[in-house]
Each structure stands twice: as C-alpha cells, then as structure tokens.
Ligand binder design. Structure first.
Ligand SMILES: N[C@@H](CCC(=O)N[C@@H](CS)C(=O)NCC(=O)O)C(=O)O
Length: 475
C-alpha cells in the first residue's frame, strides 16, 4: 500500500519503508497488517521463507511471525506490542478508545499487551506515556529514569502515511453449528504431549486453538493449508513439494493439535467456542460497523487476525462463517479496506455498545480461567497444566507468554482511575455477577510468582543463545 508521498519517505527514511515479515495465511501477521493499513503507514510485505524466518528470529530473539523491521534497522515483534508501538508513535487516527474503562474492555477482548522495550528499543516513555504526543520525545531525565543504560531517544515523529521513530542507538530491538463436525480419525491417536509448547488467549490467544483445530484437523482444510505453506514458507527447502506438504502437516498436527490439548474429547468444545464466537460477532456487528461503535479499535484487530487469516479462508470454518455470521464476513472486508480517511472523523465510543455480553461471558468463563491455571502451573514449576472448560479437561503445556498476558491485564486494570475501574466492573457485572466477580478478583490480585518480562531486555538477550519459541519457551 502507499499512503505517503515519495518525498515523505525519502526525507526521513531514505526511501526505505518499514518491512512486515510474515505470511499471508498467518493469524498474527493479519492483525498487524490491518493495523498498518488502518493507520495509513506505508510498508512493504515480505512473504517469509525459512531463511527469512530464521534471520528475523535472530534479530528479535523470538522465532515467530510477524516481525517488523523498521527503516532505521530496529526490529519489533509480538503483534500486540507492535500495535501498541504505533498507537504511541503514530497516534492518529487512534485505534484505542480514549475512554479509560472502554479502553480496558477493548484490551480484555483483544488481550492486548503493552510494549516493554525499555533500553532495547523505543524508549518506554514514548511507548507508554499517555502524554507523549506526536513529534515529541520524552524528556532526557525521564528517559534516564526509565532506561538508564539506553542512549536517549532523539525524537518520535509521525505524520499521515509515514511514521518515523528516530534512531535510538543499537542492539537487539524488541519490544518484550448447529451440528458438530465429525472428529477426524487421526485425533483418536494417543496424544504425545510436548511440554515446551504453549497455548494462547481470547481473540489473540483464546481463538488460536480453535483456529489451528479447524485448519489442521480436517482433511480439506489441512490439504489447502499444507499446500500453501509448502509453496510459501517452505519454498526454499530443497525437497519436492509433496514432501514439504507431508512435513508441515505432520508438524502442525503434532505441535498445535496433539501437543496443544486437542483430543476427541476437547474438539467439540473448540467447535462450540467457534460457534459462540460467530454468534456473538453476528450479534455485535449486525447493527454497527465495528465492535465498539463507529470506528475500529484494538478489539477489532484482535478478532481480525483469526477471522481473516484462518476462519474466513479455511474451507470448513469459512462455510460456518457464511452461514452463521454474515455481518462478520462483511466486517472483515470493512476492516481490511480501512484507511485513516474512512474513520478518523468517526465519533469515539464513550460507552459499551450493546451486544458485547456474549463475548465478555466467554472472556470470563473460558479465557481468564485458563490464564489463572497457567499462572498456577508456572508457579509450581509444572510442565503441563490441566484446566476445565465447559466441563471438559484440557491438558496443555505451561505457557509463560500467557502468564505475561495475565500480568499485563492486571497492570492495566489496577492502573485504571477509580471511576473507570468502577465503570469497567459495572460493565462486566452485566454479564452475570458471579462470573464477573471471579474475573475481577483475578484481575485485582497482586499476582504471584515471578514477573514474566518480554524477551529482549538486556539481561535476557545476554543470557539467551537461541531464540525462544512463539510462547517464550526455549527452543
Ligand atoms: N504473541 C505473538 C504470537 C505470534 C505467533 O504465534 N505467530 C505464529 C504464526 S500466526 C507463529 O509464528 N508460529 C510459528 C510456529 O508455527 O512455530 C504475536 O502476537 O505476534
């Protein structure tokens, strides 16, 4: 896409746009892609091959996609951190509601996390400071306080279509159905747990497992995805395409189905979660263009990743999407074509829109309890954790990344002004007092065990020789 003039680019970035490395079938790449488009930020999309995947992992310390290469040579990874970065560095048009309680609810729906780059990248003030405005870097004193070992940021500037973060120094830059489908035969094999692989949360994390389930559990879907990956990501692997397909299919099923708690007993729960999500989206999007109102927000971005790059393209869930949630199908196209001019004048939401109750119920009943189980498992040093969802027990690997997600949600919740916290509480209470109270108790807890920092902090980078996996476990 091109939203900036050539002069804009060459003035400040030597004509090099930022590069988004990922795949056009990747869940989290889709989310970042939509964010860059909505903000009108010029970028080049690099379809990864395995060499590029490794190269990016060496830069950021995490083997995952997407990875974003900034024009000044620094790198960002983690879709939520990238969205947060641009929200701070290029605030207009904003994708975060300005009403504090609503912003928290949007984070809860999207399961966004903050960018904690500290000394390794963009100065934390520039990322987290609410008062940091376009074109203004944090004071040097504030920079020194927050990141004493980091060279000072010179300037953070942005204008429509081009976002510039001036060089800050060098080093690794990171942030931190009506009917159920039949259970495929392969799922009936005894699962081989992989304790070092982890699960994920609500729009971002919680829909990950149903998305992988629908992509890899059904032959029609798996055949399509394996062909795309064999000719895409694996195009530089010097073996016949048929072998690449076999390899990737076996790998994904091992890691993301058998290794991630998907069994004949749990598959119906994943289907039910998808169906409920479709119904909830249809309810919320039937009467307005975006989840929170008239403009897109981080909550839309969170749902966009799985809905656009998995559920609307993989044949089995796409059929269900068309049947159950045509309003969501329309919203996907709307999200993809967003440009700043389309929504920058749209009114900011000030109150919780109708129809979000079913999504909040799933956040409280399904998602937050998994985070709590993860926290308990990590604290005990366990390799696997059990949790019960809709009466069915899932056994999954312990996931440090999800514990980080919980810690971030708590940090946001506890930082709310009193009036905003009470407002957020009241909105959650509308989906049922008991479930909301359990969620609020979890969010209000001080937290237990170690703080899980985003990889990329200086001590962490020095300690680690190999990139972490996508769930922040050693590879
Ligand atoms: N928390 C990360 C997760 C990124 C992620 O898991 N990406 C997937 C593709 S959508 C990946 O890199 N998978 C690597 C693998 O299969 O090993 C984010 O939000 O960006």
């Amino acid at each position: 896409m091109s939203a900036a003039t050539a002069d804009d680019r060459s003035d400040q970035r030597g004509g090099i746009p930022m590069r988004l490395h990922g795949l056009d079938l990747s869940y989290f790449t889709g989310k970042v892609h939509a964010c860059l488009r909505a903000k009108g930020l010029e970028h080049e999309f690099i379809e990864m091959d395995t060499r590029d995947f490794r190269r990016c992992a060496a830069q950021t310390g995490v083997a995952q996609m997407p990875q974003l290469e900034l024009p000044d040579g620094r790198w960002l990874t983690d879709s939520s951190a990238i969205v947060e970065h641009f929200e701070q560095a290029c605030p207009e048009p904003t994708l975060y509601p300005t009403q504090g309680a609503l912003c928290f609810i949007a984070h809860l729906l999207a399961a966004c996390r903050a960018l904690d780059v500290g000394a390794t990248g963009v100065h934390s003030d520039a990322v987290q400071g609410a008062s940091t405005k376009l074109g203004r870097a944090p004071s040097e004193a504030a920079q020194h306080r927050d990141a004493p070992n980091s060279p000072p940021a010179q300037r953070v500037g942005a204008k429509r279509g081009v976002c510039v973060v001036a060089p800050l120094g060098h080093g690794p830059a990171m942030a931190g159905a009506p009917r159920l489908a039949p259970i495929p035969v392969w799922l009936q094999r005894v699962p081989r747990p992989k304790p070092d692989r982890l699960l994920k949360d609500f729009a971002d994390e919680w829909l990950w497992r149903p998305a992988m389930y629908y992509r890899w559990a059904f032959d029609e879907d798996a055949s399509l995805a394996s062909g795309r990956l064999a000719r895409g990501l694996l195009r530089d692997v010097p073996v016949p395409v048929a072998l690449r397909r076999l390899y990737i299919r076996a790998r994904q099923r091992r890691l993301f189905l058998r290794g991630d708690g998907v069994t004949p007993a749990t598959a119906p729960v994943l289907q039910a979660v998808y169906h409920d999500t479709l119904d909830a989206l249809q309810g919320a999007l039937g009467t307005r263009p975006f989840l929170l109102g008239q403009r897109p927000s981080q909550a839309d971005l969170g749902f966009f990743g799985p809905m656009f790059r998995h559920f609307s393209t993989d044949p089995t869930p796409a059929r269900l999407l068309r049947e159950r949630a045509p309003a969501a199908a329309q919203w996907l196209a709307r999200m993809w074509q967003q440009q700043p001019a389309a929504f920058e004048q749209a009114p900011e939401p000030q109150t919780l829109a109708a129809g979000l109750g079913p999504l909040l119920v799933m956040v409280c009943d399904d998602y937050l309890p998994t985070l709590a189980s993860q926290e308990g498992g990590l604290k005990q040093g366990a390799r696997q954790v059990n949790w019960v969802c809709r009466g069915v027990t899932f056994t999954v690997p312990v996931n440090p990344y999800q514990v980080h997600c919980l810690q971030q949600l708590r940090r946001r919740y506890q930082a709310l002004k009193d009036a905003h916290r009470q407002q957020a509480n009241a909105w959650l209470m509308t989906c049922g007092a008991a479930r909301a109270q359990a969620a609020l108790d979890l969010l209000a807890q001080p937290g237990s065990g170690q703080t899980i920092d985003r990889p990329g902090s200086p001590h962490d980078a020095a300690r680690r020789r190999r990139p972490l996996d996508r769930q922040w476990s050693p590879t």
